[in-house]
Design a protein around this ligand. Structure first.
Ligand code: CAA
Length: 382
């Protein structure tokens, strides 16, 4: 067993760490306060190949292995969780399923543009009345000549407004439940497509989340991803991989919280010494560091398993997501606690980390859904 990163992975980590420190961290707080999309950082990350992590080199991507992708997302999230989710979503739930389930024509049409960052991608499964119970979606796709007409309203979609391509799940056969769901590649300028309201969120304020409205939206048959009825399985298989990305994002936020807490504890004085000299503070820091390490090991194990290709990894991906996302909420809480009143102020980044951490146990499958997946796998195998 080898716990060290390869030379390329270390180089990727160090390059991104430096980039995040110089270009992301100085502006992240301000962008969050203004709810402004990090457009220039996205452009720079696209130049560095980070928008093509999930895209094979043959289609213009960098084709990173899953451990490298997790390392990259952790580094970006250390500075800005909003930037990390924007990048993670475009790669893992848009480019990823096209690379895996798309036709040659679909790959050639979309992957090079996604890799260059000319096109940002998203994924649209959730609706106002169906989140955890994803198979209950109502959006309909009706065959119409050489295409389909999609009608319905999607909710909580990451990368709205800035995204140009969405993997949209719709039902082609409502009587068949999850087996009647089909996946489509829908461009934001297709007739009948419009963005709905932008959510005014607690955290991740510089990422764009909102609704998509489909009114008889005309989608060519060539934009169906997979066969009719395969959409739910495509969505579930896609989310297995994407959950590793959210777990990596959580490790990055938690590391940020820890690093800020260490720096604060070293300089803040109370009762004649720095607060880092109090065991109460030291124990909090030690617990945070231990939990972060455990979460990172779980993330890398799930990513490593994913790269084996032939072994199932849903259980390990759900375990990593469950553990890392619950962990980051505790770590962010402790970091605010160590900062005292300053942690409650927008002037210190831990206040943002605390808000950003909250959604991680909710999106891409709540902690309860992760437990359900883990328990089902456990009971199947015993
Ligand atoms: N891979 C491939 N196929 C899978 C699968 C997987 N991981 N999991 C299930 N399937 C298949 C099953 O084998 C089954 O196939 P058959 O019909 O052939 O038997 C089919 O899918 C239905 O499976 P289930 O009976 O298990 O389905 P279910 O209705 O009980 O739901 C669930 C399972 C795990 C609860 C699922 O609904 C789920 O994951 N819910 C959470 C959804 C979610 O994560 N949403 C987040 C949206 S993305 C987001 O957050 C926005 C963003 O942009 C960040």
């Amino acid at each position: 067993m080898d716990f060290t990163l390869s030379e390329e992975q270390r180089l990727l980590r160090d390059t991104l760490r430096d980039f995040v420190r110089r270009e992301v961290m100085p502006e992240a707080g301000d962008l969050d306060r203004k709810s402004e999309f990090p457009a220039s950082a996205i452009r720079r990350l696209a130049e560095m190949g980070l928008l093509g992590m999930a895209i094979p080199e043959a289609y213009g991507g960098t084709g990173l292995d899953s451990v490298s992708a997790a390392v990259a997302i952790e580094e970006i999230a250390r500075g800005s969780a909003a930037l990390a989710v924007t990048i993670s979503v475009s790669n893992s739930v848009c480019a990823g399923p096209i690379a895996r389930f798309g036709t040659e024509e679909q790959r050639r049409r979309y992957l090079p543009r996604l890799a260059r960052g000319e096109l940002l991608g998203g994924f649209s499964l959730t609706e106002a009345d169906s989140g955890s119970d994803a198979a209950r979606l109502r959006t309909r796709a009706v065959r119409d000549g050489d295409g389909y007409r999609l009608s319905g309203e999607k909710a909580w979609v990451t990368n709205v407004q800035v995204g140009g391509l969405f993997v949209v799940m719709a039902s082609t056969d409502p009587g068949r439940g999850s087996r009647g769901i089909t996946a489509f590649l829908v461009e934001s300028d297709f007739p009948g497509f419009s963005f709905g309201k932008i959510e005014d969120k607690m955290g991740l304020r510089s990422s764009l989340t909102g609704g998509i409205q489909l009114q008889d939206c005309r989608v060519p048959a060539g934009n169906r991803l997979g066969e009719e009825g395969e959409g739910f399985k495509i969505a579930m298989a896609t989310l297995d991989g994407a959950r590793i990305g959210i777990a990596a994002q959580s490790v990055g936020i938690a590391r940020g919280a820890l690093e800020e807490a260490v720096a604060f504890a070293r300089q803040r004085e109370a009762f004649g010494q720095t607060i880092s000299q109090f065991q109460a503070i030291q124990f909090m820091l030690a617990d945070m560091a231990t939990a972060i390490d455990a979460a990172r090991l779980m993330v890398h194990r799930a990513a490593w398993l994913r790269d084996r290709g032939s072994v199932p990894y849903s259980r390990e991906a759900s375990m990593a997501k469950l553990f890392a996302t619950e962990m980051v909420n505790r770590a962010a809480y402790q970091a605010v606690q160590i900062h005292g009143a300053y942690g409650y102020s927008r002037e210190y980044p831990v206040e943002r980390y605390y808000r950003d951490a909250r959604v991680t146990t909710i999106y891409e499958g709540t902690s309860e859904i992760q437990r359900l997946v883990i328990a089902r796998k456990l009971l199947e195998s015993v």
